[in-house]
Design a protein around this ligand. Structure first.
Ligand code: FE
Length: 182
């Protein structure tokens, strides 16, 4: 074969070949949650936070102080007033909610960014039976009175503690929560 022909030969197509090298030392395992947005799926995944509020963890990022979860509220009214220490991304999936401090109303398909430092009061309107929103929360939040006095707090560690208690109580074992921890 002449040199010209060799150069003209097409390079082998390796577009479907998996990455051949080891992943970096120290990398944590990935997480896969099948049916993460199946809102009416396995009820055992939902961790009660109060009598009308529950959450489904997707990742509990203890090393970076963040978490992603679905929050479900089955009660209308004022849910909580709280101050965020970090940013929040909110994708509403079901129902409707708003903050007393803003004039927007979140409905399915909407996205909201909550800036670090903001204090707001979450309200679920009277005609809403169920609200579900995917929240990506970095840092934590402090429950406060209308003047900002601290009443309690929530963060990835309180979420993990709740999840472990719940999974233990329903027989899955506390370490069922480990699959969400990174
Ligand atoms: Fe908030």
């Amino acid at each position: 074969m002449s040199e010209a022909n060799a150069l003209a030969r097409p390079a082998p197509d390796n577009s479907r070949v998996a990455y051949q090298k080891p992943q970096p030392v120290g990398m944590v395992p990935d997480i896969f949650v099948g049916g993460a947005l199946d809102l009416d799926g396995d009820t055992r995944d939902w961790v009660p936070q109060s009598d009308c509020v529950s959450f489904r963890p997707l990742i509990l990022g203890v090393a970076q102080g963040f978490y992603v979860n679905l929050l479900r509220v089955r009660k209308a009214g004022i849910l909580s007033r709280h101050r965020h220490s970090g940013p929040v991304h909110a994708f509403t999936l079901r129902g409707r909610w708003h903050y007393l401090e803003h004039d927007w109303v979140a409905t399915p398909g909407d996205y909201a960014f909550e800036p670090p430092g903001e204090t707001h009061t979450l309200v679920v309107p009277e005609d809403v039976d169920e609200m579900i929103t995917l929240f990506h929360v970095t840092g934590g939040y402090t429950y406060v009175d209308p003047h900002g006095a601290a009443l309690g707090y929530e963060d990835v560690f309180t979420k993990l503690e709740n999840a472990r208690r719940h999974y233990e109580a329903i027989g899955l074992g506390a370490d069922h929560a480990d699959r969400f921890v990174r």
